[in-house]
Design a binder for this molecule. Structure first.
Ligand SMILES: *Cc1c(COP(=O)(O)O)cnc(C)c1O
Length: 419
């Protein structure tokens, strides 16, 4: 076969690694063209919540394709977008009353930042500075990279990224974090603080307690700094509750959702905002409108998939499934943590992670990452370590047998590749 013209994301083609071809998927299993059944232990990069090809979501997509495929959304609307927005406002924290559509987590973050800046601009207050949490990740577009950690992911683009204030990650003692946030907010030039609640994903699956999230939110509120919760990964049950923010009784000013919004089936994102943010753009003055759109804003088929996801949340015992999965994963993590090469075992809902002692090299480009990935794949398990950090976050339908297989692959991988 001639070489494929497809250029893959986060993939070094120069290493000549095989690229599996997947033809079908169901539940937690990916079926490859050469007949392998691979366990999707990372929910196809954190998006698949209930499982692949959930019948209700697939059926909703099929039905919508008979009616309306796509529609300009500037000043026009359709039923799936209206139903979804109402459904979201109903189940999201009180006060998040407005829903803006886009199509990926990165764009949901861009929209959030632009809403925050627009809010201050339209109120004629000079606030441009954005605060971020150390090690955070918010997407790969220029604005989203700007509010994310600087490092291997974005070194070539660093000159273009805008300057932000970085608040230290809340380690065991969160006081330095809270102090730094207080000082930065007190300067009066801060427009917004953007955070991944409870669990920082691409930054290394780092967790911090709900209490700290609540305190950070309170500091922002005291200074009028807008609080943006990026729940693109943590939303839709990943941390054990529908939103991670719920565990801290936090209502953000702006909330970003994507990945699991359609159950992970098709691309769609939303940015929710409170009335003050919407109202700052509401005017007889056309110049105050919110200047953001993309061609596929609120695509009807994607909205229909998300409406079906909401029905699943309403009518199926999703939180029970999540609790069961989290409990099973906790048992596995306890056992794994006994291995001498494993450090920093951690869990947040249906995500478990640990670091593997390698002797010398750590970080995203650690050699052990690809070695472990190959080890897992040889055992028909899809796990992509972040450097020497190994984690899994399987779909909520994952059965006990399959969790056993994931844990076995992790244990043998650490034995084979760890120090
Ligand atoms: C994945 C992710 C994003 C980016 O979402 P995309 O849909 O990949 O653009 C943003 N924020 C967080 C926290 C994420 O995990």
């Amino acid at each position: 076969m001639s070489r494929s013209p497809v250029w893959h994301p986060f993939h070094q083609h120069g290493l000549g690694e095989d690229i599996p071809l997947v033809t079908h998927a169901e539940g937690a299993v990916l079926q490859t063209a050469d007949g392998r059944r691979v366990l999707d232990a990372i929910s196809s990069w954190w998006v698949t919540t209930h499982g692949h090809n959930h019948p209700r979501i697939m059926e909703a997509i099929r039905r919508q394709t008979q009616k309306l495929d796509q529609l300009i959304f500037a000043g026009w609307t359709h039923e799936p977008a209206e139903t979804l927005a109402r459904g979201l406002v109903e189940i999201m924290p009180d006060g998040l009353d407005y829903v803006f559509y886009s199509d990926s987590g990165s764009t949901a973050v861009e929209v959030a930042l632009k809403m925050a800046l627009g809010y201050w601009h339209n109120r004629d207050e000079v606030r441009h500075r954005i605060l971020v949490l150390e090690h955070s990740y918010h997407g790969d577009t220029i604005g989203a990279m700007s509010v994310g950690a600087r490092g291997v992911f974005n070194r070539p683009y660093a000159p273009l990224l805008f300057d932000v204030g970085t608040i230290p990650f809340p380690a065991e003692n969160p006081q330095p974090t809270l102090d730094a946030l207080e000082q930065a907010c007190a300067k009066g030039d801060v427009a917004a603080f953007i955070v991944e609640p409870l669990l920082l994903g691409a930054g290394g699956m780092l967790v911090y307690p709900p209490q700290v999230l609540a305190e950070m939110r309170a500091i922002c509120a005291a200074h009028g700094v807008l609080f943006i919760a990026d729940e693109v990964m943590t939303g839709w049950g990943r941390t054990g509750t529908l939103l991670a923010c719920e565990q801290a009784c936090v209502t953000p000013d702006i909330l970003c959702l994507a990945k699991g919004l359609t159950g992970g089936s098709v691309p769609l994102a939303v940015t929710l905002a409170t009335a003050p943010i919407y109202d700052a753009h509401y005017s007889l003055d056309r110049d105050k409108l919110f200047y953001h759109s993309s061609s596929f804003t609120a695509n009807p088929i994607a909205c229909a998939a998300a409406v079906a996801n909401l029905e699943i949340w309403r009518e199926e015992p999703v939180l029970d499934r999540i609790a069961t999965l989290a409990q099973r994963l906790a048992q596995k993590l306890d056992a794994l943590a006994q291995m001498p090469a494993i450090t920093q075992p951690r869990q947040c809902g249906t995500m478990i992670a640990f670091d593997v002692e390698t002797g010398s090299d750590a970080g995203y480009l650690a050699e052990i990452g690809p070695k472990l990935r190959a080890h897992f794949f040889a055992r028909d398990v899809l796990i992509r370590p972040l450097g020497n950090t190994v984690y899994c976050m399987p779909p909520y339908c994952t059965a006990q047998d399959d969790i056993d297989r994931i844990a076995e692959a992790m244990a043998s991988g650490v034995k084979a590749c760890g120090r």
